[in-house]
Ligand binder design. Structure first.
Ligand SMILES: [Zn+2]
Length: 649
């Protein structure tokens, strides 16, 4: 029997709605996969990612925000995953051709045009066209399709990196992907007595029949499965609709209301709805009533789930840290309640919410809290007064590699007094991380301060959050301002691709090639230093107008004398410290730094304050806080997600 469960719902920081259908040891995911989905699924433990073979993406796929989490699932996954969705999903994933992958990746992303069968079910895609837009469409361009599919098949190769991506299939005719899921019939009972009567030998013979093969008995009788297995039992169907706008609701009414579409034996409908759709309007009630009266309706609508923070375990640790050290760990105001489902419904309607198993975080929280309260005495007394040369470091994500439960992919924002704010790398869900830390107004204010984004290199954990962040910036910052993006040239290609979707990118984003090592923008001089890591990887130093180094950031690198020299006397040096000192060989092999190597660079540079980040998820939080204490130097901090560090000269 197939089980149906909501395994991720939309929160402040992760825009996902995911329904899991589990049957016979395999799991299939349906819905929207915003940035951070992979992390939420790992955190809540309701899905075993290793068992997921197929993912079905709903919606129109008009923005990266809707699809960004698919990239994380493909890159971080087992390599066996096949993702189905719209043509726009294929195009969006093809924009990642410039990424430097650490291992062989398989971008098996397919357009769901016809019914898809697997060992457990048949999934029929229903692509609805917005009833309010006219039906001209550029989607059926065979040449475009061929190029996009060619890129996806050859993802990661150097020839693909430089291929031109055609204009995206975002025609006037907006469509949305929905799915009808028909689990295979439950196998009928195996009639042992009858099989024995016919002379089928026990063991392998029974097994063959169960698998659907005929067996010849020692007496020469051919026994076919239907002779000993009773007819199977049909299972109920499941429908997932994604209706962002009223035009899609009308299209859904037309489709499921038509006499040729059967709604019988549908037992569950998940309704992923845009904020402007009123699920309790007369029109929407008409749609729900097309399904059997016993059908369970899962309402995936932002107003009917609490505005909480995802990644429960990390959020709980953070809340504890905030209680001990509020100035260092801001936590966004959230709500635990949502609009109730109006009383008096004659339909079965419930909010689509994942029920996280309550993990035991008390143990780890206690240790973190104890370690931190010991250190509190060492804190600089000067942190509350900001001098004209101060720097504030907002550690959004502090992990190495893909996102893990306690550390998200790396992303840092530095606020340089008398200058501006700068983003130093932005892994998947960096924007979501900011939303977990600050209120809506707080996030908007911080974004408006940002003038520059630096991307150190093309490993995906350093830049998958860029499109969402830049999009949010264009909405938060004044329209006359320009955002500078400094990074490897392949970042420009990525931004150019997405400028075809987000018009604002074309007008307001200016790319600066990190290879041109010295430029001035927004009152800061940006000096890049080639890093000792992968192809086209850089460290960066941000200098004030008086030529003093405000911030130096290593990116991913082996210890580098050239970087130390460029970072001389920096107010703040942020260095990667992926591994501990027992793993030097590993650090050399993967071109990273150990904690002591990072501190040596900082000493060489005479940096006033040091933040260590990009820490391997193999280390527990207590371990890293212990390291912080053993550094016995109040100017050194091991970063934690959601931490703010204030530095004076
Ligand atoms: Zn790297």
């Amino acid at each position: 029997m197939a089980s149906v469960e909501v395994v991720a719902h939309r929160t402040r920081d992760v825009e996902s709605w995911v329904l899991a259908v589990k049957t016979g040891g395999a799991e299939y995911l349906f819905g929207r996969f915003g940035e951070g989905t992979q992390r939420v699924l790992a955190d809540q433990g309701l899905v075993r990612l290793g068992r997921v073979r197929q993912v079905f993406v709903t919606g129109s796929g008009q923005s990266w925000t809707e699809l960004g989490g698919v990239a994380g699932l493909l890159i971080g996954g087992t390599g066996l995953l096949t993702v189905y969705g719209s043509r726009r999903l294929q195009w969006a994933m093809a924009t990642l051709r410039g990424v430097e992958f650490r291992q062989q990746v398989r971008f098996d992303v397919r357009y769901a045009s016809t019914a898809i069968g697997n060992e457990s079910m048949t999934v029929t895609p229903v692509e609805l066209a917005d009833a309010t837009t006219d039906a001209t469409d550029a989607v059926d361009d065979a040449a475009t399709e061929q190029v996009v599919e060619g890129i996806l098949q050859d993802m990661g190769s150097t020839t693909t990196q430089t291929r031109q991506l055609p204009v995206p299939p975002f025609g006037q005719n907006n469509t949305t992907m929905c799915y009808v899921i028909q689990p295979h019939a439950k196998p009928g009972r195996f009639n042992v007595a009858e099989a024995e009567r016919l002379g089928v030998p026990k063991g392998p013979g029974f097994g063959q029949l169960r698998k659907g093969f005929a067996v010849t008995t020692p007496a020469g009788i051919v026994v076919r499965p239907e002779m000993v297995i009773e007819p199977g039992q049909d299972q109920d169907r499941i429908v997932v609709v994604d209706l962002a706008t009223p035009g899609f609701v009308r299209a859904a009414l037309d489709y499921w209301g038509s006499s040729s579409t059967s709604t019988s034996s549908v037992s569950t409908v998940m309704h992923i709805l845009g904020p402007d759709i009123d699920p309790f309007s007369a029109e929407y009630a008409r749609f729900m009533r097309l399904f059997p009266s016993t059908c369970r309706h899962l309402l995936a609508h932002p107003a009917y789930v609490p505005d909480a923070v995802a990644a429960t375990r990390a959020a709980q640790v953070r809340t504890r840290l905030a209680a001990v050290w509020p100035s260092r760990f801001p936590v966004a105001p959230t709500t635990t309640t949502a609009n109730p489902i109006p009383a008096g419904q004659d339909l079965v309607i419930e909010p689509a919410m994942a029920r996280p198993d309550q993990p035991d975080v008390d143990g780890i929280c206690g240790k973190v809290q104890a370690a931190l309260s010991q250190q509190q005495d060492n804190e600089h007394p000067t942190t509350t007064t900001s001098s004209s040369s101060s720097v504030e470091c907002v550690c959004v994500g502090t992990g190495s590699g893909g996102p893990s439960v306690f550390r998200n992919a790396v992303g840092t924002v530095v606020r340089i007094s008398d200058a501006c704010a700068v983003v130093l790398d932005c892994g998947e869900a960096t924007y979501g991380g900011l939303r977990a830390m600050f209120s809506d107004a707080g996030v908007a204010a911080l974004l408006a301060e940002i003038a520059l984004v630096f991307v150190s290199h093309m490993h995906p954990d350093h830049h998958l959050g860029l499109v969402t962040l830049v999009d949010a910036w264009t909405r938060a910052a004044q329209t006359h301002r320009t955002l500078y993006v400094v990074g490897p040239r392949r970042i420009q290609t990525w931004l150019d691709d997405w400028a075809q979707v987000y018009d604002s990118f074309r007008d307001r984003v200016r790319f600066i090639d990190a290879e041109c090592c010295c430029t001035t923008a927004s009152g800061l001089t940006i000096k890049t230093v080639p890093a000792i890591h992968c192809d086209s990887s850089y460290s960066v130093v941000l200098l004030r107008s008086n030529s003093t180094a405000a911030v130096a950031y290593s990116g991913d690198t082996r210890p580098n004398v050239a970087f130390a020299a460029a970072a001389r006397n920096a107010t703040l040096l942020i260095h990667e410290a992926t591994l501990d000192d027992t793993r030097v060989a590993d650090a050399v092999a993967k071109q990273h730094s150990t904690v002591t190597e990072a501190l040596l660079v900082a000493r060489h540079a005479l940096a006033r304050n040091v933040v260590l980040t990009h820490i391997s998820p193999r280390y527990s939080l207590e371990f890293m806080i212990g390291l912080d204490a053993t550094a016995q130097d109040a100017s050194v901090t091991v970063a934690l997600d959601g931490m703010i560090i204030r530095c004076n000269r």
